[in-house]
Design a protein around this ligand. Structure first.
Ligand SMILES: *[C@@H]1O[C@H](CO)[C@@H](O)[C@H](O)[C@H]1NC(C)=O
Ligand SMILES: *[C@@H]1O[C@H](CO)[C@@H](O)[C@H](O)[C@H]1NC(C)=O
Ligand SMILES: *[C@@H]1O[C@H](CO)[C@@H](O)[C@H](O)[C@H]1NC(C)=O
Ligand SMILES: *[C@@H]1O[C@H](CO)[C@@H](O)[C@H](O)[C@H]1NC(C)=O
Ligand SMILES: *[C@@H]1O[C@H](CO)[C@@H](O)[C@H](O)[C@H]1NC(C)=O
Ligand SMILES: *[C@@H]1O[C@H](CO)[C@@H](O)[C@H](O)[C@H]1NC(C)=O
Ligand SMILES: *[C@@H]1O[C@H](CO)[C@@H](O)[C@H](O)[C@H]1NC(C)=O
Ligand SMILES: *[C@@H]1O[C@H](CO)[C@@H](O)[C@H](O)[C@H]1NC(C)=O
Ligand SMILES: *[C@@H]1O[C@H](CO)[C@@H](O)[C@H](O)[C@H]1NC(C)=O
Ligand SMILES: CC(=O)N[C@H]1CO[C@H](CO)[C@@H](O)[C@@H]1O
Length: 609
């Protein structure tokens, strides 16, 4: 009863749908550089995104999350920001952004921006002023004196302040001759770390959030949040303490995993910053009448991730866990996949919101990582499980990694290998090749003579236009599942997962008084017929509402739960008859309108190899 009262109080400020949209949002990640080029320079841009918003609306997307669009020297394609309040020229102007935002609003699509708080570009005004010790910028970054060491001949030489190693290998400290001190960079040299122990930095970053919230964005995805803080030298005799050695065999002092990151990762202070940002976003719920989402990315083990959900007294976040990305492979059985789903649902604190992510701009695409036979299955699972679903651009048509030769490679992770063979195992270019709109030149992405990354060579057969024209396609399946995502059962129903065998996975979403939803996946290379009479609450009559590309059963086919024929590598979504068990309005448990802060996890392991 108390829960219902809280709901009513909140609902008086804004309508329930404006407050709850995030809990079951379908968020579409756009990598602007590769989505759509509107001005023929070979690089995607904001106006290109605006042109394609109607497509995203027709697909059923609730919100778009844009990878960084800010002014940047592009050493890391926008994750190195020179000015948090300006648009990168090649992506357009602030007027283009405002136009995008207005168009999106008129189509009912919310816009979420990437926020990169762990570091700026070394070519930002902030960093230049800090290097010159200009107030109040002097302590905006983590500056420290070097240590003196003495070599075998008694000569004193300078060493970095501590043994800390960059995520991209080698010392995390870089000497700045102008200031006569070292600065910390947990990523590349061009990405100096901000100093969150400075109150000015804390305020400056909040002002950045306010700048975009005032424009009307619906929230942020926060990058690398678990690296915001480093140990406080005041607690260690005025110096930055060395991190202990991991003693993992085969690693050297330049390798990130050589150390255990007790002083540079997951410090307790981090959580308070996340909760503070949450409070700031909450202030906008009242003034703008919609919930503001914040998705934050971190790589940490489960117990630490869960802390991003918040505490008893502070609202937190939905930690992004990439278990679909990290823990499911092309060899995973139905048992394995069920285990991954159940584990997250088990550890998630009660009343909080889950999230499912199949791909992003840093990971090999689903079709490449798990095999094209599993594209429909993985898309469907992310869309029918409870909580937020995130689709990386192109996954809805089953794009696979493009081939990018060493000559064409631009990703710093690939380039840093200096190796025309080894680059392929770490480069993130293949999952960033341009979106395949149609069969025309450059897949309809651009009219330029050449594009910033080559278009994947399968675009003549694998493109959106062809999939819309085809009778069956990944896109039709995806869109049909999304349409059914709005059903009461998928929005609010109880979840049950069953692995009937190593190759058969069944997911039910059931809500009393409503039609049930049933997802069936056959991972095997042969057809199987399944009998679901053991699922007592599931009504017997079923209708196919979405049929994957490999399925013989077509949409609208009706059958009973005792005999369901499922083709090889087929994913099917069924709607059942009305689920019994009482009055729909009173029977199910309404969850609190909790705050969404999605903490994305991020794997950097590829780079250590
Ligand atoms: C390191 O040595 C230089 C001279 O070689 C000296 O000026 C400096 O103060 C020393 N720094 C520390 C931290 O001892
Ligand atoms: C120490 O001096 C010896 C003899 O001059 C020289 O060979 C060696 O390279 C020096 N070591 C270092 C670290 O400079
Ligand atoms: C910034 O860092 C990059 C290396 O990542 C370097 O090439 C560039 O010269 C630096 N820029 C400035 C202004 O120091
Ligand atoms: C961080 O917080 C946890 C729980 O609040 C506590 O157990 C732990 O000792 C803290 N760690 C440090 C380094 O203060
Ligand atoms: C958490 O957020 C909800 C909804 O925005 C709000 O009603 C509640 O008071 C917040 N709780 C805390 C502890 O701030
Ligand atoms: C996600 O959570 C699982 C536990 O469910 C954990 O084993 C895994 O390391 C987490 N993944 C990441 C990337 O944090
Ligand atoms: C899948 O299994 C095959 C054959 O056993 C093996 O070669 C491959 O490395 C496995 N792939 C993954 C991602 O585990
Ligand atoms: C790569 O570029 C070099 C130098 O421009 C050229 O000689 C070589 O043929 C190119 N290789 C490929 C595979 O295009
Ligand atoms: C399925 O039924 C719907 C309406 O019930 C209809 O609009 C649609 O064309 C049918 N689809 C097929 C493939 O028969
Ligand atoms: C978690 C993480 O690494 N996030 C970003 C932090 O900065 C690096 C370097 O720019 C980016 O590549 C990451 O995406």
């Amino acid at each position: 009863m108390r829960l219902l009262i809280v709901l009513l109080v909140v609902a008086s400020a804004a309508s329930a749908s404006e407050l709850d949209w995030w809990k079951t949002a379908l968020i579409y990640q756009i990598y602007p550089r590769s989505f759509k080029d509107s001005n023929g320079d070979g690089i995607g841009d904001l106006n290109g995104i605006t042109q394609k918003l109607p497509y995203l609306q027709q697909t059923g997307v609730d919100a778009v999350w844009l990878s960084p669009i800010y002014k940047s020297p592009m050493y890391d394609f926008g994750y190195d920001i020179a000015d948090y309040r300006e648009i990168q020229d090649e992506y357009g102007t602030m007027a283009d952004f405002d136009n995008l935002l207005n168009e999106a609003k008129s189509l009912g699509i919310r816009v979420v921006l990437d926020f990169v708080p762990n570091h700026t570009s070394n070519e930002s005004a902030w960093f230049e002023r800090s290097a010159a010790r200009a107030a109040p910028y002097g302590d905006y970054y983590v500056w420290a004196d070097g240590r003196n060491a003495t070599d075998e001949n008694g000569t004193v030489y300078a060493m970095p302040p501590s043994n800390w190693v960059s995520n991209f290998r080698k010392s995390a400290w870089e000497y700045h001759p102008g200031r006569g001190q070292y600065y910390l960079h947990q990523f590349v040299i061009g990405q100096p770390d901000l100093n969150y122990r400075s109150d000015s930095v804390q305020e400056a970053m909040k002002d950045v959030l306010r700048f975009w919230l005032d424009k009307g964005v619906s929230g942020f995805r926060v990058d690398a949040v678990n690296k915001l803080y480093e140990a406080d030298p005041n607690n260690y005799g005025g110096v930055y303490p060395d991190e202990p050695l991991s003693e993992i065999p085969g690693l050297g002092p330049d390798d990130y995993e050589y150390l255990i990151h007790v002083y540079t990762e997951n410090l307790n202070e981090t959580y308070d910053v996340v909760y503070d940002w949450r409070d700031l976003l909450d202030e906008y719920i009242a003034t703008q009448g919609e919930y503001k989402i914040m998705m934050t990315e971190t790589y940490a083990d489960l117990s630490l991730m869960i802390k991003y959900y918040g505490t008893k007294t502070r609202n937190g976040s939905i930690p992004f866990n990439f278990s679909f990305l990290e823990d499911i492979t092309m060899n995973s059985t139905a048992w394995d996949i069920k285990t991954v789903i159940d584990r997250w649902m088990t550890y998630m604190p009660s009343g909080r919101v889950a999230n499912w992510v199949n791909g992003n701009h840093d990971k090999s695409r689903v079709g490449t990582r798990q095999g094209v036979d599993r594209i429909d299955a993985m898309n469907m699972l992310a869309l029918i499980l409870p909580g937020v679903a995130v689709t990386y651009q192109g996954e809805e048509i089953g794009m696979v990694d493009g081939y990018v030769s060493w000559n064409d490679t631009v990703d710093p992770w690939g380039c840093n290998t200096d190796d025309p063979v080894a680059y392929a195992s770490v480069s993130r270019d293949p999952e960033r090749t341009p979106y395949q709109w149609d069969g025309s030149a450059h897949a309809g992405f651009s009219t330029a003579a050449s594009t910033w990354l080559p278009v994947a060579d399968n675009y003549l057969t694998l493109n959106l236009a062809a999939q819309i024209a085809a009778q069956k396609s990944h896109y039709h399946f995806y869109k049909d599942v999304v349409a059914n995502r709005k059903s009461p059962a998928i929005q609010e129903g109880d979840l049950d997962t069953k692995a009937l065998s190593e190759s058969l996975l069944v997911v039910t979403r059931l809500l009393p008084g409503e039609a049930g939803m049933l997802g069936v996946v056959n991972l095997a290379a042969e057809a199987q017929t399944i009998d679901l009479t053991s699922l007592k609450i599931l009504p017997s009559d079923l209708e196919v509402v979405a049929s994957g590309v490999n399925c013989a059963l077509e949409k609208n086919a009706t059958l009973t739960k005792s005999s369901i024929p499922v083709s090889a590598h087929c994913a099917l979504l069924f709607r059942s008859g009305i689920v019994g068990g009482g009055n729909a309005a009173g029977a199910h448990y309404l969850s609190l309108p909790l705050v969404l802060l999605v903490v994305a996890t991020y794997s950097i392991t590829a780079c250590f190899s």
